[in-house]
Ligand binder design. Sequence first.
Ligand SMILES: *[C@@H]1O[C@H](CO)[C@@H](O)[C@H](O)[C@H]1NC(C)=O
Ligand SMILES: *[C@@H]1O[C@H](CO)[C@@H](O)[C@H](O)[C@H]1NC(C)=O
Ligand SMILES: *[C@@H]1O[C@H](CO)[C@@H](O)[C@H](O)[C@H]1NC(C)=O
Ligand SMILES: *[C@@H]1O[C@H](CO)[C@@H](O)[C@H](O)[C@H]1NC(C)=O
Ligand SMILES: *[C@@H]1O[C@H](CO)[C@@H](O)[C@H](O)[C@H]1NC(C)=O
Ligand SMILES: *[C@@H]1O[C@H](CO)[C@@H](O)[C@H](O)[C@H]1NC(C)=O
Ligand SMILES: *[C@@H]1O[C@H](CO)[C@@H](O)[C@H](O)[C@H]1NC(C)=O
Ligand SMILES: *[C@@H]1O[C@H](CO)[C@@H](O)[C@H](O)[C@H]1NC(C)=O
Ligand SMILES: *[C@@H]1O[C@H](CO)[C@@H](O)[C@H](O)[C@H]1NC(C)=O
Ligand SMILES: *[C@@H]1O[C@H](CO)[C@@H](O)[C@H](O)[C@H]1NC(C)=O
Length: 605
Amino acid sequence: MRPSSLFTIVLAAVLVSADRLTFRGCQDKVKESLVSPPRGWVQHAPAPQDQIIRLKIALAQPSFGELEEHLLASSDPAHERYGMHLSKEDAHTLMAPSQDSIDIVSEWLSEHGIGEEYLHRSAAKDWITIHVPVSLAEDMFNTQFHVYKHVESGDTFIRTTQYSLPSVLHDHVDLVQPTTMYARFKPMSNTLHFMGGITQEFEFSAVTGSITGPAGNAINATCNYEITLDCLRELYNVGSYTPSGTSGNKLGITGYLDEYANFEDFQNFMKLENPAAVGSNFSVIAINGGQNNQTLSAAGLEANLDVQFAFGMTHPTPGTFYTTGGAPPYTPDKMEPTNTNEPYLDWLDYIMNQTDIPQTISTSYGDNEQTVPPSYADRVCKGFAALGSRGISILFSSGDGGVGDNDEDPSTTNCTANNGTDATTFLPSFPASCPYVTSVGATVNVPEVAANFSGGGFSNYFARPSYQDSVVKGYLSSIGSEYAGLYNSTGRAYPDVSAQGVNYVIMYRGAPTNVSGTSCSSPAFASLVSMLNDARLQANMSTLGFLNPLLYSRGVAALNDITEGSNPGCGTKGFKATKGWDPVTGLGTPNFGKLKDLVLGNSTQ
Ligand SMILES: *[C@@H]1O[C@H](CO)[C@@H](O)[C@H](O)[C@H]1NC(C)=O
Ligand SMILES: *[C@@H]1O[C@H](CO)[C@@H](O)[C@H](O)[C@H]1NC(C)=O
Ligand SMILES: *[C@@H]1O[C@H](CO)[C@@H](O)[C@H](O)[C@H]1NC(C)=O
Ligand SMILES: *[C@@H]1O[C@H](CO)[C@@H](O)[C@H](O)[C@H]1NC(C)=O
Ligand SMILES: *[C@@H]1O[C@H](CO)[C@@H](O)[C@H](O)[C@H]1NC(C)=O
Ligand SMILES: *[C@@H]1O[C@H](CO)[C@@H](O)[C@H](O)[C@H]1NC(C)=O
Ligand SMILES: *[C@@H]1O[C@H](CO)[C@@H](O)[C@H](O)[C@H]1NC(C)=O
Ligand SMILES: *[C@@H]1O[C@H](CO)[C@@H](O)[C@H](O)[C@H]1NC(C)=O
Ligand SMILES: *[C@@H]1O[C@H](CO)[C@@H](O)[C@H](O)[C@H]1NC(C)=O
Ligand SMILES: *[C@@H]1O[C@H](CO)[C@@H](O)[C@H](O)[C@H]1NC(C)=O
């Protein structure tokens, strides 16, 4: 929005707020409220009344059930509609709000001086974005905003703990955010986990020659403690497969929070690990004011890791890096909307309006599920479902805190429920807990065992989807009453799969650096999925789209089951990896050769 129109809206707001309106004679009714801001956040100062904030209003989606049905049919390999994905237009039709909802919300907004010219509608018309001064937002939502501060990091932003809407709007509006949303969506990579990457059993002197990988082939012994592109190819049985580069296949990596993927580091990484890809490049798409600072000292650890491993593995597949704006700290610049750190909706808003979307997309950012309101989690998850229905495979890292939270320092982790009870509880991650994404946990060493930070557990928001019903029930009965009360046994269980997650060697600000985390695992798994999509496209087949129904059925035979290790946290030893699915490593790590045969229909099973 141009500054001039912002100015106009400020004036309109001043006129309207002087004379408080009730809408169609209706009472305001609380739409969402929190008992208190999440642990770790404190009210810092009143929000400046003339500060412009940017809010997104979600209109109800009456046909979404149909989209969901379509998604499940088109991703189930046993279904006759397998692989028959929706077009952009069809998906938008099923995401669209009713005309009644559009009309009544428009009427309400215009009563507050927000005419059509001051709002942005998403391509499917299911989201409205407005820019309003705090004073007007307080009036519209019958609330008070404050500046809240995250004590540990010093991050600040404008939020509230409760907001209302006229009762007549409640069925038409799903949510208004960011209002009660306190997530920070941190990157999942870290240079600290597993200092040195060496487990107790590991002896350095033993590192010579070759060892046997999960697919039974001989692999470089160094892959036991340090991961390169060659290691992933050997471990996961990629063989000599090289993508075509011209099949129409693309791979996407999302970046948030001022994480920049550095071009120079990218070249130097290829010199180190994939000389054939030296001189290749990736494109950068900026969303919502996302920057692309190429100063070497501005390179992001997460962004560099993601693009180097994903695009290095899949060369010459075209790669796209999305840099989405909106990061703390909040700076009191009154004419500019605040930085909201509400990344997914802006990214979804952008991507949904594209016709040509990378068929595989990996994201390594997330936060504790309880830091996002259920309504927000639900709508963002539906956005990922809509992408799946269009044939896009969406992968997320599962989190780096085991059964606890993703805090860098486990000693400050309290594992406390945020619902007023202060009950001790395992802390699931979002979006890893969304049933319509593929959530990727981490392993370490060869033979592979669970990495002890591998995020896993059970959602408190999303019910267990049918595709994982039988394996999760099997796991639950194997653990009996262990940890009863600390996790929600009816929730969506994650991760779905896993991949190596310790000591990836990347180039970072000019030097080789070791990185660990499920942040490594998601782009690694996604790069193999991207090559599967390439193989399908070369064979004139549709893309894989939403992966889980395939992975949990025929896919099991093409994955390496990981049966050792656990993910401690919250003062417990965490869940144990076992035979079959477990909430540490999911179904296991990939065997590309077998997966390729499976998705091309050459499998003998
Ligand atoms: C969708 O994309 C088209 C073409 O780039 C653009 O003209 C239009 O404004 C976009 N719509 C939305 C809602 O962003
Ligand atoms: C990465 O970790 C391994 C194992 O500890 C070590 O041998 C190697 O030197 C490290 N590499 C870098 C670049 O720090
Ligand atoms: C995870 O494993 C590493 C390496 O063995 C160890 O240093 C660390 O203490 C373990 N973390 C937990 C929470 O057990
Ligand atoms: C094994 O790893 C070492 C160290 O990275 C490397 O020098 C060597 O070329 C690798 N060998 C194979 C066969 O990949
Ligand atoms: C990659 O693309 C960027 C942006 O277009 C450009 O600045 C950079 O020089 C390119 N690198 C190579 C090796 O082509
Ligand atoms: C880019 O990053 C560098 C290093 O952090 C910083 O000094 C510089 O101001 C940044 N440039 C822009 C345009 O933000
Ligand atoms: C965790 O609990 C301890 C002891 O009650 C407290 O000092 C610490 O601030 C808490 N940490 C967080 C992140 O809330
Ligand atoms: C609060 O959360 C805990 C942990 O998830 C749960 O066991 C408890 O039932 C919840 N209580 C309420 C009142 O929601
Ligand atoms: C447990 O998960 C279910 C969804 O399966 C949810 O409806 C319920 O509220 C959750 N319980 C708690 C205490 O969060
Ligand atoms: C795919 O379709 C194209 C165009 O119809 C055709 O030329 C090509 O031979 C087909 N390839 C395969 C593997 O069927």
